[in-house]
Design a protein around this ligand. Structure first.
Ligand code: ANZ
Ligand code: ZN
Length: 853
């Protein structure tokens, strides 16, 4: 028999074709089997897979494959998050229609996914830009409209001047820049569509506690984003007028220390409360602020700036007048857009009071302190109340309660819970998205498109300039429609939806992807969901996951599904990092070809400048990326998968290392040779299994136990692969005859390795004469018996003197042990021809032969 060489380039595409032809990964719908839903976050079809994708999908693929072999019916789908700005920008830059550009990218990425040997059920594939899908996104919007959860309002919005669109707060980074274009975001007043996510703020927060399979870090990020604060709403009457200024405070215990009130510059009362003498100054101040983002206005290191309005309000607790100001650090969007300034106990107020020489009155003393000395900085901790009238001597906690209660009784305010979470702004003035299915009629107002008229198709013929209004607004013919209610001429809504809506329900659609009559059949979604294991990047820890949780709760309340949380377990995989070269002084990124090593130092070939070498997240601009296609071409998919899984635990960052890739390739070659060797020299059969074979069998079953735990409990694919390497070594080194145990070892090795390296294992499986796919084999079961260390070492003594040892089965009775001892080397030497007077047996320890002298 000639033994073939391991050639992944030949065997991998061959098996991929077989799997496709046999529809091997079609979702089983056998309801006798328990279900398992394994999902990777579906990608934006940018055109090419990067290593981050490869890592994400490999992790989920292993999980899906293990579960399938364990007898689950597994849902493991893939689709495309296909709307979004890059397609539109490509259209503008290169004159290709977004739809064509997207289709082309999907085709290429699908091919790349298939070359990785991922076990998707392609029959459930869909793209969010297809009418068959976005029809239901529109339908979902209409449901929310009917539920009062979708509404329109004029709002100060974040305007991206480069992409010419509105951004959600979540899409603006901490420096006030667009997450996509990087441009400084401006503020604009526009009529916009919102989804009332705030209605679910409390539940979205509370239910985080039920998500025991989520990383703590992600839950903390969500909780902070929702930002629940408890405190009080207090009203301050304006002196000599009817208006009252309502403030939200988390520190009602400091109310006796109020020195002034501050309104946000956008607050509606600013106009009426500005004294004539202050008008010019106030106007100028407001104009200056219009250019700044919320983050810039509230940054702690910024000087606080403000202007007095020239009017006063009364502190209801002290009856003292306090001046009313406007200031940059008070945001209109949070709380009531007005703040009571307590400089002694709030850092920002302290800075503000110092700047404008406003009084600083301390009303909270640190516990144990009795004397008031001038403050050098705000005292922000809880303490004991002073200068607070009837509340003197109370601790902060009690005082908060008592003061709120007093305010309530006297009609000055009430207890209040405040969330940082804002309603979700979803309208975008761009083309490549889902048209919002609404019609504006001069007689009837805003009228929803009737469900029967869905989908509102995105027109194909459109001129994309990237500037000005929504491109759809220029399509007069498309815009003009009769009003569905009164029939008179009306106009379509020309905004499209934020693409985060597309991805906030796609995981439900996979359960019933081809349904053309409904968004999905409830019983199918209730059967498959929640997702058992969701895998994706930490960059989605807030937005995507929060929106998905929100929409899930909406659909539950609409009676369409019977669960409220979409993802049972969440794994956020670490970054894939590449070796990065950066010049020390000028900070320039270099390719590996642009550097040279001199005396053990790395330098820029051109300038001779020293170069720092480190690992950083792969990115084009840093020349540290590794192209998956090249790795696949050189080593094959199995090696790439093995390396990614072996190099680091899934949540940790992974440093790309060519030598380690090579190492995994060599390991697969060892497996290959082991099986070839076995085929050429099958071991002889013997009936009994001597100790070394029992040892081998123990290793086999230890491996099953370890790999099972590492692929179903805490995911530790790296240690699972280490166990498989150990088993491979044991099988390679094994010197014995029992082909039963060796057969078992080879079979177990290949089946356990199959989820990690699906191609080579399938090939070897068939070389061993099997007809069926290895991926349809049952996951090996641990034989608990095999794990037991079933041998003892027994000391042999002659007349009380230790002469040697024997290895014996632990269950053997005394007679058997005596016989074994007599037959052993020691026995032959010392017992031959002797008369044994008696035998002393210490169970499990020793046999002492007493001889007749
Ligand atoms: C008086 C006070 C005294 C406050 C004190 C703090 C300490 P969180 O925890 O974020 O909810 N605040 C309220 N609305 C604001 C707005 N629109 N813009 C800027 N700041 C605002 O914080 C609530 C606290 O932030 C409130 O409690 C208020 O200042 C301020 F010793 O009121 B505090
Ligand atoms: Zn009408």
């Amino acid at each position: 028999m000639t033994s073939p060489r391991y050639q992944p380039a030949e065997l991998e595409p061959r098996w991929q074709n077989v799997w496709r032809e046999r529809n091997l990964y079609k979702t089983s719908t056998n309801s006798e089997q328990p279900k398992y839903y394994a999902l990777s976050m579906f990608p934006y079809p940018s055109g090419n897979l990067h290593m981050g994708h490869v890592r994400n999908y490999t992790i989920t693929d292993v999980i899906a494959r293990v579960r399938r072999m364990q007898g689950y019916r597994v849902l493991h789908p893939m689709g495309w998050d296909a709307f979004g700005l890059p397609a539109e920008n490509a259209a503008i830059d290169r004159g290709i229609h977004p739809a064509r550009w997207t289709e082309r990218n999907i085709a290429n990425m699908r091919r790349q996914l298939q070359s990785l040997g991922l076990s998707y059920d392609w029959e459930r594939e869909f793209a969010s830009c297809h009418p068959e899908y976005y029809r239901w996104t529109q339908w979902l919007f209409l449901q929310m409209w009917q539920m009062g959860l979708a509404y329109q309002k004029s709002a100060q919005v974040n305007w991206d001047p480069v992409d010419q669109t509105v951004l959600a707060n979540e899409q603006v980074d901490s420096e006030g820049r667009s997450w996509r274009s990087g441009a400084k975001v401006q503020q604009k007043l526009l009529k916009q569509w919102f989804l009332r996510i705030t209605h679910y703020a409390e539940e979205l927060l509370r239910d985080l506690d039920t998500l025991t399979g989520w990383p703590e870090r992600v839950k903390t990020m969500q909780a902070n984003w929702i930002g629940r604060s408890t405190g009080a709403y207090l009203e301050f009457p304006v002196v000599g007028r009817g208006e009252k200024i309502g403030v939200f405070t988390t520190r009602p215990d400091t109310v006796f220390g109020v020195s002034y009130l501050v309104l946000a510059p956008e607050h509606p009362l600013v106009g009426t409360l500005t004294a004539p003498a202050q008008q010019a100054q106030v106007q100028e101040f407001c104009q200056q602020l219009a250019h700044l983002s919320a983050e810039e206005r509230t940054a702690n290191d910024q000087p606080k700036r403000g202007v007095p309005l020239g009017t006063q309000a009364v502190n209801p607790f002290t009856q003292q007048p306090v001046p009313i100001w406007i200031a940059d650090y008070v945001l209109y969007e949070y709380g009531t857009g007005a703040v009571m300034g307590v400089p002694a106990h709030d850092e920002r107020d302290f800075a503000f009071a110092q700047q404008y020489h406003l009084p600083i009155t301390q009303v909270i003393l640190p516990p144990g302190v009795v004397e008031i000395t001038p403050l050098q900085q705000a005292y922000t901790e809880p303490g004991i109340l002073v200068h607070s009238g009837e509340f003197d001597g109370l601790d902060s906690l009690t005082a908060k309660e008592k003061i709120t209660q007093a305010a309530q009784e006297r009609g000055w305010g009430e207890e209040r819970v405040q969330y940082r979470l804002r309603d979700w702004l979803i309208s975008r003035q761009r083309y490549w998205g889902v048209p919002i299915p609404m019609i504006h009629c001069d007689h009837c107002g805003v009228v929803p498109v009737p469900e029967a008229d869905l989908p509102v198709l995105l027109p194909e013929n459109v001129t994309l300039t990237g500037r000005g209004l929504s491109p759809l607004a220029q399509l007069t013919e498309w815009v003009q429609v009769p009003c569905p209610q009164c029939g008179r001429p009306a106009r379509r809504e020309t905004d499209t939806m934020d693409t985060f809506i597309d991805s906030s329900w796609y995981f439900l659609r996979f359960a019933d992807a081809q349904n053309s009559q409904a968004i999905f059949a409830s019983e199918k979604v209730n059967d498959w969901l929640p997702v058992d294991q969701y895998v994706g990047g930490i960059e989605h820890a807030i937005l995507h996951l929060l929106y998905s949780r929100f929409i899930t709760k909406v659909l539950r309340d609409r009676g369409l599904i019977n669960f409220g949380e979409p993802f049972q377990r969440l794994l956020t995989q670490g970054m894939v990092q590449g070796l990065t070269y950066k010049t020390v002084q000028t900070g320039k990124y270099l390719t590996s070809e642009q550097v040279i090593y001199k005396n053990g130092e790395c330098r820029d070939k051109e300038t001779n400048e020293p170069v720092a070498i480190f690992y950083e997240k792969m990115s084009k601009s840093k020349y540290n990326g590794v192209d998956p296609e090249q790795v696949l071409a050189k080593y094959g998919a199995d090696t790439a998968r093995m390396f990614i899984l072996f190099k680091a635990p899934p949540e940790k960052d992974l440093e790309w290392d060519d030598a380690d890739v090579e190492g995994q390739f060599r390991f697969l070659q060892r497996v290959w040779r082991l099986v070839q060797n076995y085929r050429e020299h099958p071991p002889k059969r013997v009936a009994e299994s001597p100790p070394n074979e029992r040892n081998l069998r123990r290793v086999i079953h230890q491996t099953i136990q370890a790999v099972t735990a590492d692929t179903t409990g805490e995911y530790q694919f790296n240690t699972a692969i280490a166990s498989l390497m150990k088993l491979t070594n044991e099988l390679t080194d094994y010197q014995g005859d029992n082909s039963g145990i060796f057969d078992e070892g080879i079979r177990v090795l290949l089946t356990l390795l199959a989820p990690f390296a699906p191609h080579i294992t399938e090939e070897l499986w068939h070389q061993l004469g099997h007809e069926d796919s290895i991926h349809r084999q049952a996951w090996p079961q641990v034989d608990q018996q095999a794990l037991v260390v079933d041998e003892i070492t027994l000391v042999i003594q002659i007349m009380g003197k230790t002469r040697g040892t024997i290895i014996a089965p632990s269950q053997a009775d005394q007679a058997t042990l005596e016989q074994l001892a007599k037959n052993s080397d020691v026995g032959q030497r010392y017992l031959q021809g002797q008369t044994i007077k008696k035998v002393i047996y210490v169970p499990g320890k020793l046999l002492n032969f007493v001889l007749a002298s």
